[in-house]
Design a binder for this molecule. Structure first.
Ligand SMILES: *Cc1c(COP(=O)(O)O)cnc(C)c1O
Length: 383
C-alpha cells in the first residue's frame, strides 16, 4: 500500500476498511471463515497466513498510521516482538538492546536466545554512544523503546537510526508507550516499528494483540516467519481492534492532555517527591521529546514523599484502580517494584532508578478534575 496522505483521524476511522457491498453497512463486515475456496496456488487465503479480509484491512490501517508500506497484526505484542527479532537474527548473530526493556522482551532474550545461539548486549545508558559501544562484528539488530517503562526516558530516534545505517544494522523500536498518534519512528529513519496493540491501539483493556509496520521488503521477511510461528490474531478480535482504532486519535489526544495536567498537578503537590513525564520542562529529555514526539503520551510515573506508603496510597484510591496493564480509557496505577520489575534484584532496581515507592500512572480519559479529587482524598487518608 502507498503511503497514505489522509490525516490521523481519517486514517483511524477509514483506512483499510472492507466495503460492505452486499448491504452497504457502515463498518467492515466480519469474515470469520477459517477456510476459503482454493483459487490457485498464488491465492491461499487462511488466517495463519495473515491474509483474511479483516486482517488485511487492519494491516493497511497500521501501515498508514506508521507511514510504512506494510504492516502485520499479531496475536499479542510479544508475538510481534519475538517474530520481528527472529526474522533478522540467526545463530551466531548479536543484538544490542537498550537497557530499560519491557519485562516480557527482557524475559524473551534472557530465557530463549541462548538456545538459538543468539548473543545480546544491553546498553549501559541511553545515549547514542552507549549503543555504539556495544556494537560488535556480528551485531545485526539495534533495539530501542522510547519513552521507556517506567521512567519515561527518551532515546534519540534519529541518532539510533544513523548509527544503524553506519554499521549496516536493522533498527527496531517498541513504540507501544508513544502509540502511532504521538510518534512515527519511520520518519526518523528507524526500520521496524512494533506495538503491543493490547495498549493504546486497543485502548479499552479488552483486547490482546500486536502489530508491526515496516517496508514491504522487511515485512515480507517477518511474514515468512510469522506464518511458521503461527502468531496470528483471531478475526473476531481483529475486527474489534479495527473498531477500537477508529477512536485511537481522539482517545490518545485526550490522554496526552490529561497526563500533562496530571503531571503538572503532581509536580506542585508537596506530598510528591518527583514526577517523570516527558512533557514537563523539568524532564531531562524534554527538548529531545519535543523534537521527535507529536504528543508526550498518557504515561507518567511519580514518587511520593518518604513518609507516605505507596501501597497504602494505591489502596486508598477509589476511582483510579491498580492494574497490571496500561493505556485503557480508564486511569490505572501500578507499582513497578511489586509487578513489572519484581524479578530484578533490589540493587538492579536501584541502579535503574526505580524506587520502591515509585508509582506508574496510566492516565485515562476521565475528567482530570475527578482524578485529582481521587488523589487528594487518598493522600488525606494515608497521611
Ligand atoms: C504490554 C507490552 C508489550 C507486550 O505486549 P503483549 O500484548 O502483552 O504481548 C511489549 N512492549 C511494551 C512496551 C508493552 O507495554
Amino acid at each position: 500500500m502507498k503511503q497514505s496522505k489522509a490525516g490521523l483521524n481519517t486514517i483511524c476511522t477509514h483506512t483499510g476498511e472492507v466495503e460492505d457491498k452486499q448491504f452497504k453497512g457502515a463498518v467492515s463486515p466480519l469474515y470469520m471463515s477459517s477456510s476459503y475456496a482454493f483459487e490457485g496456488v498464488d491465492v491461499k487465503r487462511y488466517p495463519r497466513y495473515f491474509n483474511t479480509p479483516n486482517q488485511e484491512a487492519l494491516c493497511k490501517k497500521v501501515a498508514a498510521l506508521e507511514h510504512t508500506e506494510a504492516g502485520l497484526i499479531f496475536g499479542s505484542g510479544m508475538a510481534a516482538v519475538s517474530t520481528s527479532l527472529m526474522a533478522f537474527l540467526h545463530a551466531g548473530d548479536h543484538i544490542v538492546l537498550q537497557k530499560t526493556l519491557y519485562g516480557g522482551t527482557y524475559n524473551l532474550i534472557e530465557e530463549e536466545f541462548a538456545k538459538f545461539g543468539i548473543e545480546y548486549s544491553l546498553t549501559d545508558g541511553l545515549k547514542p554512544e552507549d549503543f555504539e559501544a556495544k556494537i560488535k562484528k556480528n551485531t545485526k539488530v539495534i533495539y530501542i523503546e522510547t519513552p521507556s517503562n517506567p521512567l519515561l526516558t527518551i532515546t534519540d530516534l534519529k541518532a539510533v537510526a544513523l548509527l544503524a545505517k553506519k554499521h549496516n544494522l536493522v533498527s527496531m523500536i517498541d513504540n507501544t508507550f508513544a502509540s502511532p498518534v504521538n510518534q512515527n519512528p519511520i520518519d526518523f529513519g528507524i526500520d521496524v516499528v512494533i506495538h503491543s496493540a493490547t495498549k493504546y491501539m486497543g485502548g479499552h483493556s479488552d483486547i490482546c494483540a500486536g502489530a508491526v509496520a515496516s517496508s514491504a521488503k522487511n515485512m515480507d521477511k517477518i511474514f515468512q516467519l510469522a506464518k511458521n510461528f503461527g502468531g496470528s490474531l483471531s478475526d473476531y478480535t481483529v475486527w474489534l481492534l479495527e473498531r477500537s482504532m477508529k477512536t485511537m486519535g481522539i482517545r490518545v489526544k485526550a490522554q496526552n492532555e490529561n497526563a500533562q495536567k496530571m503531571a503538572e498537578y503532581l509536580h506542585q503537590n508537596k506530598n510528591v517527591e518527583k514526577v517523570y513525564y516527558p512533557g514537563l520542562q523539568s524532564h531531562p529529555d524534554h527538548e529531545l521529546a519535543k523534537s521527535q514526539m507529536k504528543g508526550f503520551g498518557g504515561m507518567l510515573s511519580f514518587e511520593l514523599k518518604n513518609d507516605i506508603d505507596a501501597m497504602d496510597f494505591q489502596n486508598a484510591l477509589q476511582l483510579i484502580k491498580p492494574s497490571m496493564s496500561l493505556a485503557g480509557v480508564e486511569s490505572t496505577v501500578l507499582s513497578p517494584t511489586l509487578t513489572s520489575h519484581s524479578l530484578l534484584s533490589a540493587e538492579e532496581r536501584e541502579k535503574q532508578g526505580i524506587k520502591d515507592g515509585l508509582i506508574r500512572f496510566s492516565v485515562g480519559i476521565e475528567e482530570v478534575e475527578d482524578l485529582i479529587v481521587d488523589i487528594e482524598q487518598a493522600l488525606a487518608k494515608v497521611k
